[in-house]
Every structure is written in C-alpha cells, then in structure tokens.
Design a protein around this ligand. Structure first.
Ligand SMILES: Cc1cc2nc3c(=O)[nH]c(=O)nc-3n(C[C@H](O)[C@H](O)[C@H](O)COP(=O)(O)O)c2cc1C
Length: 367
C-alpha cells in the first residue's frame, strides 16, 4: 500500500518561526560535554548531522541552568555563564546551516541529580527519597539520597537560573527556541508529582499548586526572552526513576496542567509517553497528546514516544500532534526525514549507540 507522507513534510509556523517539516529530534542527554559543562566540537558534528538529515527542528539534550543544584550528570553541558553559552555557538550554527530550528532544552535535575560538580547534596520539593536507582549508564550508582526540602529563596534562585539560562541560550548562543524540561522526574516534575511533593505551602497540595513552579518558570523565561521567542514545556507522566507513574486525577489533572500552560501562553507543549498513541490513563480514552490539544488548542503539540514507524507518526498528526519528535529513531537514523520522504527503509535501533557520543564511530558522525 502506498503511504502518503506529505502531511509530515508540510511546514508549520510557531510564534513566527517556520519549521520546514513536522519532524524534530527529541532531547537526548549524551554526557559528552567537557567536565566544566562546555559543548564540544564532537557535539557540533553530532547535532549537525540531524539537521543535514532533514529534521525541521533539533532539540538539544537537557542543559543545566545554574551553579547550585541543577546539574544532573557528570559531563552534562550547562548554560550557566558566558563560557558555556559561547561553547554552544558552533552547535547552533551547524543546526541552522541546514535550515533546522535550534531548540535548547533547559533542565534542573533536583532530587535525582547524580553528578553535580557544584554540590554534593540535592534538593527537591520535600525530603522524600526518590524512587528507583541512579542510572549506571550515566555514571551513577545505587539509591538516590533523600533531598533537602528546597527553601523559598532557593526556589526563586532556581527560577532565576532557568530565566537567565534561557536568555543566554537565545542572546549569546543563538538558539531559536526554548524548551523547559517539566517532565521525566526532574525538579519541575517533582513538584508536579503528588508523592514527591508533600509541601503544605502554596507550592504543594492541589494540582493547581503543584503545577505552579512550572508555570512560574515559564513566565520568568518568557519575561527574559521576550514575546517573539518560541517557548514551550515538556510534560510527562512517566519518569526516568518511575516509568509507570500516572496522574491521580487523570483527565482532570490533564485539564489543569495543559490549561495552565495554555493560559500562561506556551507556544508549544511537548508530551511524552512510552507509546504516544496509547490511552493516557486506562485501557480506553484519550492519549496525552489528544488531551494536550484539547486543553491547549493554540499551542503546537509536540508528541513523543515510539513514533519511529511512519504509520504511527502520520496517525499522531491526525490525533492532535503538530510535530513528531524522535529520540531512538533519530539516533539510529540521523537522516530519518530524508528516508521517509524517499520511502527508504530505516536502520534498526542498536542500543550501543545510547552511550556517550564518543561511542559513535567517527565515520558515522560525518554521515
Ligand atoms: C539516550 C537518551 C537520552 C535522553 N535524554 C533526555 C533528555 O535529556 N531530556 C529529555 O527530555 N528526554 C530525554 N530522553 C527521552 C527521549 O527524549 C524520549 O522521550 C524517549 O527516548 C522516547 O522517545 P523515542 O521512542 O523516540 O525514543 C532521552 C532518551 C534517550 C534514549
């Protein structure tokens, strides 16, 4: 059967910025920066090949935002000073040289930080030991330590870190857009998560309070980068340390979370689930991307999760997604858009390419 892929290759405008197609590389931590958090020449070549391969947008790995508690991994890149921001310039130029939108993902690891050269303790919304175990893959080992409850002053500092990093990403490094990492178990998602956030103040309790840090962070970022920069937020239920978590109030929570982001003026919302098309809460019902579209109809919806099959990707566009983001599929096929438009087959995913970029063969980086 002939598959018509043209809807994947229709341009879209997000807050005045055009993506030439509906395919974006999803954020992927690669722990390949220098120890002091600067992007490298290898990273430039790694990111550029996705743009050369035809992706309409390339989102970076999660970049840490301050020199206090935000760094999550050893060799993670940062955006906390001029030197780190300057180091991103060649990466951004490489992405833009091929007509792709360059999106910086900014993140604070909070209680699940497992490698921070500025601190040897962690903070989270409440002193609750995170579920799961540190990722050995990213040089971690054993259980996470219980975090200290972040103070009001430290919350203000964390928000400021996001805002200033976003400003550097746009004004110094030259990125086109900002994605705030509100997903996957990191600080902002810890606040959203009922069992991780047991605060009795205005940052805890009802979902409206637990989503407040995400919304306040969004507003601070928006204020610092101005109205014409696309700013979005990544949202998930599952976490790197708790894959199967579900929001307790299901569709009501989705309405509050996506509705608050819509009210704050998010240009895009990036939803991620293991399989993007599956019902979000039970065996039947809407998927998370459908709920995001329903409650934030003006935002562009980026959908992620096992969408490396062209039929699933096309179906997602019919289900409320505006952009399809690919992580493992893009790693295995940095030229996936070109392959889909030529109807050529994809490479299978080989888990050995998940390691640091140094593990990717030189010849492949030049592909
Ligand atoms: C090696 C690797 C690193 C990742 N790092 C990040 C990250 O820094 N930020 C983030 O939001 N998601 C991260 N993810 C999650 C992906 O963006 C994506 O949600 C997940 O891989 C599922 O999408 P896929 O089915 O297209 O692979 C990472 C995934 C992989 C495979």
């Amino acid at each position: 059967m002939e598959i018509y892929t043209s809807s994947l290759f229709a341009p879209i405008v997000i807050n005045g910025h055009t993506l030439k197609n509906r395919l974006s590389v999803a954020p992927m931590t690669r722990i390949s920066a220098t120890e002091d958090g600067r992007a490298t020449e290898t990273m430039t070549r790694y990111y550029e090949r996705f743009a050369r391969g035809g992706f309409g947008a390339v989102t970076t790995e999660g970049i840490y935002t301050d020199q206090a508690f935000s760094q999550g991994y050893v060799h993670q890149p940062g955006m906390t000073d001029e030197a780190q921001a300057n180091a991103w310039k060649p990466v951004v130029s490489g992405i833009k040289a091929h007509g792709a939108l360059a999106i910086a993902q900014i993140m604070h690891a909070g209680a699940i930080s497992q490698g921070n050269r500025f601190r040897d303790t962690t903070v989270g919304p409440s002193p609750v030991q995170p579920k799961g175990e540190q990722m050995t893959f990213y040089h971690g080992k054993g259980a996470y330590a219980p975090p200290a409850a972040i103070t009001e002053a430290q919350i203000v500092d964390a928000i400021t870190g996001f805002a200033q990093s976003a400003g550097r990403a746009i004004k110094v490094a030259g990125f086109d857009a900002i994605e705030i990492h509100g997903a996957n178990g990191y600080l902002l998602d810890q606040f959203l998560t009922d069992y991780a956030n047991t605060r009795a103040d205005s940052w805890g309790g009802a979902t409206e309070n637990r989503v407040r840090l995400i919304v306040e962070t969004f507003k601070a970022v928006r204020a610092n980068v101005g109205p014409r920069v696309p700013v979005g937020v990544r949202i998930s239920q599952g976490k790197v340390n708790d894959y199967h978590h579900k929001w307790a109030d299901a569709e009501r929570d989705a309405e509050i979370i996506f509705g608050s982001l819509a009210d704050a003026g998010a240009d895009f919302i990036h939803v991620t689930e293991f399989e993007a098309w599956k019902p979000a809460f039970a065996s039947e019902g809407p998927s998370l991307m459908q709920l995001a579209k329903r409650h934030a109809p003006k935002a562009a919806i980026f959908a992620n999760g096992s969408l490396h099959n062209v039929e699933q990707a096309l179906a997602a566009l019919d289900d409320g997604a505006d952009i399809i983001t690919l992580a493992r599929g893009a790693l295995a096929n940095p030229d996936l858009p070109r392959r889909w438009s030529n109807r050529s087959v994809l490479n299978d995913f080989d888990p050995t390419i998940l390691g640091p970029i140094a593990n990717i063969k030189e010849a492949e980086l030049a592909m």
